[in-house]
Design a protein around this ligand. Structure first.
Ligand SMILES: Cc1ncc(COP(=O)(O)O)c(C=O)c1O
Length: 386
């Protein structure tokens, strides 16, 4: 694909689940910010600032539109990454409104540890739920009464999804709980799972959806009633006296400032808007190419007798180990052939190491930048190595 024309011949990048490669239009949007309207958003009256303000505003709107959520109910705030977003929300939630915090066994350390820290800090009990092989959760197995639930809607080692997210969200709300979704792995290739589902907050990393490094929190305005502001500073207040202040977030128009202390990554925010347009206009053939590459490699790995694949079905993200072969050594061998894949537990230590008892794994995560020749090369090199 031309938008990744900087990829050298034979370079096979298989780490899209960590950071997708950025397409040219996104890189150009970022560069344009630096060379055409480098300016601080929301504060300045000169022309460059007005351009930045209008593009940042557009990105906020595009995020909600992409997720099919109404601006009447939801707000978009920018942060650093998914981890920061989840921790930021949990650090502001006043525990007195809730009875417990719940997460699931297949989580990235990001919600897993943040929920653990929340429980230790507040004294609220923490429950770790099981996930079915398809990624769903047995709703009837759990009591969500006044629970803060933090789970992913797509896993980062095999892409399994929270298939019953709608019913799940309903059950949690009915019981007086709230649902915070880690959508880090959903936004690039599986956003359909989330669209229009009225959860309480969604945290994701723009760098995993073909955009620059940036975090996003999409939050339901109702969440405000549970929050106590803790992180304060520039860009968040309308007035400050010696001992008191007025939060800008109290003005409905500026409620996004609730999670945006200090100067933001304006260029990255603008370029996220470009990435959303780019993703939404991606030709069908590019999606088909991703699907085909994924299926071919899934079949190849599944039919190799020594390969133990974690995936039960094809997904652009696949993890496995090879019998008798250390995954880290395999990763290095692949690297010598210019194949860039990840090894280890991918920050899912609890589930992969302690629940499943697996050895360190190797992960191939594909993106729309991958070419058919990548697949051929992977097969050839893997055959030789194994
Ligand atoms: C499912 C999931 N959640 C959270 C994260 C954390 O993302 P970040 O490091 O961008 O905060 C990742 C990163 O890979 C992830 O895959």
């Amino acid at each position: 694909m031309n938008d990744f024309d900087y990829l050298g011949e034979g370079e096979v990048y298989l780490d899209a689940a960590c950071q997708s490669l950025r397409p040219r239009p996104v890189i150009e949007a970022l560069e344009k910010y630096y060379v055409k309207h480098n300016s601080c958003g929301e504060r300045v009256k000169y022309e460059w600032g007005k351009i930045t303000d209008s593009l940042v505003e557009e990105t906020r709107e595009k995020v909600l539109k992409f997720l099919k959520l109404s601006p009447r109910k939801y707000t978009t705030s920018f942060t650093l990454n998914t981890t920061y977003g989840i921790n930021l929300i949990l650090s502001q939630i006043d525990a007195k409104h809730f009875d417990k915090i719940m997460t699931s066994e297949i989580e990235h350390n990001s919600p897993f540890l943040a929920s653990l820290a929340f429980s230790e800090r507040t004294g609220l009990p923490r429950e770790v739920m099981k996930r079915n092989e398809d990624g769903s959760i047995e709703i009837s197995d759990y009591d969500f009464t006044k629970a803060i639930v933090v789970v992913n809607c797509a896993a980062n080692f095999d892409g399994r999804k929270l298939l019953n997210i709608k019913e799940y969200c309903k059950a949690i709300h009915k019981a007086g709980g709230i649902l915070i979704i880690d959508a880090a792995q959903a936004m690039a290739h599986s956003s359909d799972i989330l669209k229009g589902v009225e959860v309480d907050a969604i945290c994701f990393s723009a760098h995993k959806m073909y955009a620059p490094s940036l975090g996003v929190i999409v939050w339901r305005d109702d969440l405000l009633r549970y929050l106590e502001p803790l992180w304060l500073g520039g860009g968040m207040v309308d007035d400050v006296e010696k001992e008191k202040f007025v939060l800008s977030a109290e003005n409905k128009e500026h409620r996004y400032t609730r999670f945006e202390s200090g100067l933001q990554a304006w260029g990255e925010i603008v370029a996220l808007g470009e990435a959303i347009d780019w993703l939404e206009h991606l030709p069908k053939k590019d999606w088909q190419n991703l699907e085909k590459n994924t299926e071919e490699i899934y079949e190849f790995l599944n039919s190799s007798p020594k390969v133990h694949l974690i995936n039960k079905k094809p997904n652009p993200t696949m993890s496995f180990y090879v019998e008798g072969l250390d995954s880290h050594l395999l990763g290095e061998a692949l690297s010598r052939e210019n194949i860039m894949a990840r090894t280890g537990y991918f920050c899912v230590h609890y589930y992969l190491d302690h629940v499943l008892g697996l050895p360190p794994l190797i992960r191939f995560s594909f993106g729309v930048h991958n070419r058919p020749e990548d697949v051929e090369k992977i097969k050839m090199v893997m055959k030789n190595v194994i």
